[in-house]
Ligand binder design. Structure first.
Ligand SMILES: Cc1cc2nc3c(=O)[nH]c(=O)nc-3n(C[C@H](O)[C@H](O)[C@H](O)COP(=O)(O)O)c2cc1C
Length: 222
């Protein structure tokens, strides 16, 4: 570690994994949570949360999430259940589902499907075989397009084929306006068991260059 002015610099190429994890998850926040449902080879539903997750584009919409290994060389059930071209569904997590979502992060034996064991109702998928969580306010139905390995980091990239959104949170289905606040989604913060709600939101309008020049009636002073 070195100190420069008022910042401490950490060289992540030399620190142990646990230290790197604490540093990066402590500053990249809030992370949305992908509550991923998958089917195993026997058709049992698996459900687990992943906060190394985000949407990476919209043409086509692509999600990325990163299941680490349970033990060296042993993938978590979610990764094992998503073969090349395989289906999965990302259920988004509202505040009222936080504790239930957390229960599905328990390292249940693979043969005990979390939804059945924890008591979570499911709905069939529309464009994919994997079901969605009935109580989740929004779900993204995905198909794996590529899985990238960088060292021990595994990033699963999936094209989003369809989304299901709770009807009351769609303001105008024809114009695709979503009442995001009504979803009451949560995100993962740093530290042990830290979460944030999305209730403290604010808006900032984007400016055109002409508006930038006109702001406060002044000239461009850069
Ligand atoms: C909010 C939350 C976020 C998590 N994010 C990740 C993650 O991004 N990557 C990961 O490998 N594990 C993550 N976990 C831990 C997994 O959910 C946990 O290991 C789970 O048992 C994996 O289940 P599976 O084997 O059924 O896939 C997270 C847990 C919680 C509660």
């Amino acid at each position: 570690m070195t100190a420069r002015a008022d910042h401490l610099h950490f060289d992540l190429t030399t620190l142990p994994q646990a230290a790197r994890y604490k540093l990066v998850t402590g500053i990249v926040v809030p992370r949305p949570i992908a509550w991923v449902s998958t089917l195993d080879a026997a058709g049992h539903v698996n459900l687990a949360p992943y906060s190394f997750f985000n949407i990476m584009g919209s043409d086509p919409p692509v999600v990325a999430f990163a299941p680490g290994d349970r033990a060296p060389g042993i993938p978590k059930d979610t990764a094992r259940n998503i073969p090349s071209g395989g289906d999965f569904t990302v259920n988004l997590v509202s505040r009222d589902l936080a504790e239930t979502m957390n229960a599905t992060a328990t390292d249940f034996p693979a043969e005990l499907g979390e939804p059945e064991h924890v008591g979570i109702a499911l709905e069939p998928g529309v464009t994919v075989a994997t079901p969605r969580v009935q109580g989740s306010p929004a779900a993204l139905e995905c198909r794996e397009v590529q899985t990238v390995r960088i060292g021990n980091t595994r990033i699963i990239l999936g094209e989003v084929l369809g989304v299901s959104i709770r009807a009351d949170a769609v303001l105008d289905a024809g114009k695709q306006y979503v009442d995001t606040a009504a979803l009451d989604l949560i995100g993962r913060m740093g530290g042990r068991g830290g979460y944030a709600t999305t209730r403290d939101a604010f808006t900032i309008d984007r400016l055109t260059y002409a508006q930038w020049q006109e702001r406060d009636g002044g000239e461009d002073s850069r």
